[in-house]
Design a binder for this molecule. Structure first.
Ligand SMILES: [Zn+2]
Ligand SMILES: [Zn+2]
Length: 181
């Protein structure tokens, strides 16, 4: 089932768009989404980051749509390593060994969605903004009810508020919850 890209752009729903990419129900042209994106996360060299200083924003216009929405795989890689490849919602959520990484399979989720980067002065494509989640929890934070999503967002934000502040990224809980709804 493939939907025309035009419709997706017009429907303006980032969540729907990302979910359709993630579930493979749409196929984007190659320059939009490399089908081997997840493999590239595993193979990427972890980004070198200065955890105590803000990161400058990149030139978003120069990015492919995939990296604009999914972020740099080297940054995601660093976040997954920091999380020990465990689901940060519940570390007992063991999935399977990812053939490429040799580690428990988890996905990187940007707590502050990259589509809201314009609201921030500094880059939010930083490991501090990426939560490692098992595939089930990842779908949950995108697709569950408002109450369930809010509870997850509150937990992750309280875990990260200080380390985000060190990188000059400040977000109010109610604003963050609003980004998801
Ligand atoms: Zn996500
Ligand atoms: Zn989980």
């Amino acid at each position: 089932m493939q939907e025309p890209l035009k419709t997706l752009k017009e429907d303006n729903s980032f969540e729907v768009f990302i979910n359709r990419i993630a579930t493979g129900s749409i196929n984007l042209p190659p320059d939009d989404l490399d089908p081997e994106f997840l493999e590239r996360v595993d193979l990427a060299q972890p980004a070198k980051e200065d955890d105590d200083h803000p990161a400058p924003k990149g030139n978003r216009a120069a990015l492919t749509r995939a990296s604009r929405y999914l972020g740099k795989s080297s940054v995601t890689k660093r976040a997954l390593i920091k999380a020990n490849y465990l689901c940060e919602y519940d570390s007992s959520h063991i999935t399977f060994i990812n053939e490429t990484s040799g580690q428990n399979y988890v996905e990187g989720h940007h707590l502050i969605p990259l589509s809201f980067e314009d609201n921030f002065e500094h880059s939010i494509d930083i490991s501090q903004n990426i939560v490692a989640l098992c595939p089930n929890c990842h779908r949950k934070i995108h697709n569950a009810s408002f109450t369930v999503k809010s509870e997850m967002i509150e937990k992750f934000l309280s875990d990260r508020i200080e380390i985000l502040k060190k990188r000059s990224v400040v977000v109010l809980q109610e604003d963050l919850i609003g980004y998801y709804n």
